[in-house]
Design a binder for this molecule. Structure first.
Ligand SMILES: Nc1ncnc2c1ncn2[C@@H]1O[C@H](COP(=O)(O)OP(=O)(O)OP(=O)(O)O)[C@@H](O)[C@H]1O
Ligand SMILES: Nc1ccn([C@H]2C[C@H](O)[C@@H](COP(=O)(O)O)O2)c(=O)n1
Length: 705
């Protein structure tokens, strides 16, 4: 997961390959609660690991369920099965509506004293209709803040009061279907001896989510009948029974981003778009109907029992006018697809967006405008006209060729005149779906990067979303940004480069390590490091069995992390690096680190030879005295003794060799910015490099955080 303040997505072009999606949030949290209410142990396979399931699992543990999470995405829950929950308890629900609402209802019917709270946004999300329904039954629930909103207290310390079950329980269905879901999952607890009827007041929105609830209830032994989605009957004699084991389907809303990707991006050469594993056309989730909307816009979607394949079809995409009540979450993805359409797209009947993780209509309108779209918003609709839509011309229909290494910046096809698009830093409102759907804007025809602020908000449903996106996306190599940090020994290159990479979410290349490993491998093979052995050492370098894993450097099966860090290993690296064929042999390996979303590379010739097109080159230096002192401290802290004078003599000798060799000598690139950090702290040096980087970006500086 990217935990950086922001993530800059370079302009992207083609897609290919396969993604495995995480489990559905809606199914995961329903299954967890049903398992918790059941008799017996339920093994839940492919459970989504996310913020929302985390709060549910923690709450279930707190109320006395046995939760075994040792099996990765397989979790075992031993339910209460008629036992009273542990109480009193204070339960934190984060921003998970799928945990807050059903747990409130279930705990009210189980008995005990509970306080349920969440993040500030959760305290702005309505729960009044559910509480009203529970109060109708006789439950005692108090608001601890504002009426109608969490936090709240269930005051059943003396047990569940006598419930008024003879009349139908009425609940509004037009604000959130989660209120009805909550009652449907809780009321079987009160239906041991008599049937319980729920009546929906107003038009029921998001019926597909209720369909999921009914299907899952049936798996746990409760068969609910309904009349036209308005009247639901829970039969007398209802009793939760664990199905033993249950699989969670991949998340259909998460699939929408990759379906859209297949519709927007051209396929890499010889590939047929993108394949999604874990969900098929027969999914029980309502958002699978996003496929129909994507097809209407132009996507070519095929599928089987547990997979979907998507290719670009009509291009530009076709504008649509759609009632999205049946796909409220996935419809946000359509709003970004609308940027690539041949006219104005209208998404209707989406009033529920206003009360989700953020006011999604307002958020989408604001961010789409930043990209250059013309957006009209109403209480329950959004209308999007793409940037420069009036000048749109049809591009190639499908299968446009993949970018080559040296291709000019070009977009995901040609949709309209690129001039209307603007570089934007997308604010994400702590809303995972805003972050994910706006990543699709990186395929814009203007070849502009897109900044996604607070990318870790995707943790709510898809922690590794951006990793999955990068794994199926291709772009021209010259679109992938590189920051080069070169300089003499012990100037702090490695320290600064690693920190800059970490702050930007970029990959990190320690090129010196390549030479250190080569020297070590040569010596271990009995080869002296000299011109006489140059060809053999170069051949070895070309096929180095090296892996970088979790901070460790592995050569073959050996952990050489410490062995390559000694002063002697540094001097040997300097010797081996003076052999021209060895340098040539290592070029490809170094280039292979240039991958999405970007790279920070440190060494001696990053800016001059390996990445001459890098948009930022820094030559980091410090006085010899200062560098010797830093190296001395570094060695002492690792338990090695050394004299500052010897260290200074060694590093000066190494610098002299590195700067005077015939090939790729150490020197600042012509366009490098020189940073003498003799009097700077590490943070100051890192911030200076980041400030230079920011100057090269088309976005305004992001707020710290
Ligand atoms: N202002 C500073 N900037 C960077 N590093 C600093 C600074 N002050 C102290 N140091 C320390 O200097 C030491 C040497 O840094 P580092 O190993 O990153 O240098 P390097 O240039 O990568 O060295 P080498 O060329 O040998 O790989 C580290 O212990 C680092 O913490
Ligand atoms: N791009 C590079 C990186 C390193 N070297 C050589 C010269 C150095 O003395 C030696 C060890 O590098 P360090 O790990 O100390 O950064 O490797 C080079 O020639 N080119």
């Amino acid at each position: 997961m990217y935990s950086t303040a922001f993530l800059d997505l370079p302009p992207m072009q083609a897609v290919s390959g396969e993604v495995h999606l995480p489990g559905s949030k809606s199914i995961s949290n329903r299954v967890l609660l049903l398992a918790a209410l059941s008799r017996g142990t339920t093994t839940v396979h492919d459970l989504l690991a996310s913020d929302d399931t985390r709060v549910m699992l923690d709450a279930l543990r707190q109320i006395g369920c046995v939760v075994d999470e040792t099996g990765g995405s397989t979790v075992c829950i031993t339910g209460l099965g008629g036992r009273a929950p542990l109480s009193p308890a204070k339960l934190f629900m984060g921003n998970a509506g799928t945990a807050m609402r059903p747990l409130t209802a279930a705990l009210a019917l189980l008995g005990g004293e509970f306080e349920l709270s969440g993040v500030p946004r959760m305290h702005e999300r309505p729960i009044g209709d559910l509480v009203d329904a529970l109060r109708q039954l006789g439950c005692q629930i108090d608001y601890l803040g504002n009426d109608g909103y969490p936090p709240l207290r269930i005051a059943h310390a003396q047990g569940v009061p006598a419930l008024a079950l003879s009349a139908p329980i009425r609940v509004r269905g037009d604000v959130s279907s989660q209120f009805l879901t909550a009652l449907l999952m809780a009321l079987p607890l009160a239906a041991a001896t008599q049937a319980v009827v729920i009546e929906v007041v107003g038009e029921l929105i998001s019926k597909p989510y209720i369909a999921i609830t009914l299907q899952l209830l049936a798996r746990f032994g409760i068969v609910v009948e309904h009349q036209n989605w308005q009247r639901f009957t829970i039969p007398a004699g209802s009793k939760y029974q664990s199905p033993g084991s249950i699989h969670v389907e991949a998340d259909a809303s998460s699939a929408s981003y990759f379906i859209a990707l297949g519709a927007i991006a051209s396929s890499a050469t010889g590939e047929k778009g993108i394949k999604i594993q874990g969900i098929g056309l027969d999914s029980i989730q309502g958002d699978i109907r996003f496929v129909e909307a994507a097809r209407a816009m132009g996507a070519v979607v095929t599928g089987g029992a547990n997979w979907l394949q998507i290719e670009r079809g009509a291009w530009p995409l076709q504008a649509i006018d759609l009632d999205c009540n049946h796909i409220p979450d996935a419809a946000m993805t359509l709003a970004v697809m609308a940027l690539y359409a041949n006219g104005t797209t209208t998404l209707r009947n989406i009033a529920s967006w206003r009360v989700k993780e953020t006011d999604r209509i307002a958020a989408m309108a604001t961010e789409l405008r930043k990209l250059g779209a013309t957006v009209e918003e109403g209480a329950d609709f959004i209308r999007i006209t793409p940037p420069a839509a009036s000048t749109s011309t049809a591009g190639p229909p499908q299968g446009a060729s993949a970018p080559s290494e040296d291709s000019e910046p070009r977009a995901a096809g040609s949709v309209g005149a690129p001039s209307g698009w603007k570089p934007a830093s997308i604010h994400t409102y702590d809303d995972h779906r805003v972050a994910m759907c706006f990543s699709l804007a990186a395929f814009n025809p203007a070849g502009l990067p897109v900044r996604i602020e607070d990318p870790k908000c995707v943790a709510k449903t898809f922690p590794d979303y951006f990793e999955a996106l990068f794994s199926v996306t291709q772009t021209a190599t010259d679109h992938i940004p590189v920051i080069c940090i070169d300089g003499p020994t012990a100037s702090g290159k490695g320290t600064v480069a690693a920190a800059v990479a970490q702050r930007l979410g970029y990959r990190f290349l320690d090129s010196g390590a390549m030479y250190r490993i080569t020297a070590l491998a040569a010596l271990r093979a009995g080869l002296a490091i000299d011109e006489g052995h140059e060809a053999r050492i170069a051949a070895m370098a070309q096929n180095l069995p090296v892996r970088f894993e979790g901070g460790k450097v592995l050569l073959g099966g050996d952990d050489v992390t410490d062995a390559i860090r000694t002063e002697e290993a540094g001097m040997n690296a300097s010797r081996v690096s003076a052999l021209p064929s060895v340098r040539t042999a290592l070029v490809q390996l170094q280039h292979s680190f240039r991958r999405l979303p970007g790279l920070v590379a440190d060494g001696r010739d990053m800016g001059t030879v390996i990445f001459p097109d890098a948009p930022l080159k820094v030559y980091l230096t410090a006085s010899a005295a200062c560098r010797a002192e830093r190296r001395h401290k570094q060695l002492i802290s690792k338990g090695f003794s050394a004299s500052i004078e010897d260290l200074r003599a060694d590093l000066e000798a190494r610098d002299a060799r590195d700067s005077t060799r015939s090939v790729a000598p150490l020197k600042p690139a012509q366009d490098a910015l020189v940073l003498d950090n003799s009097t700077l702290t590490i943070d100051e040096a890192v911030n200076q490099v980041l400030a230079w980087w920011q100057e090269r970006q088309p976005f305004a500086v992001s707020a710290p955080g």
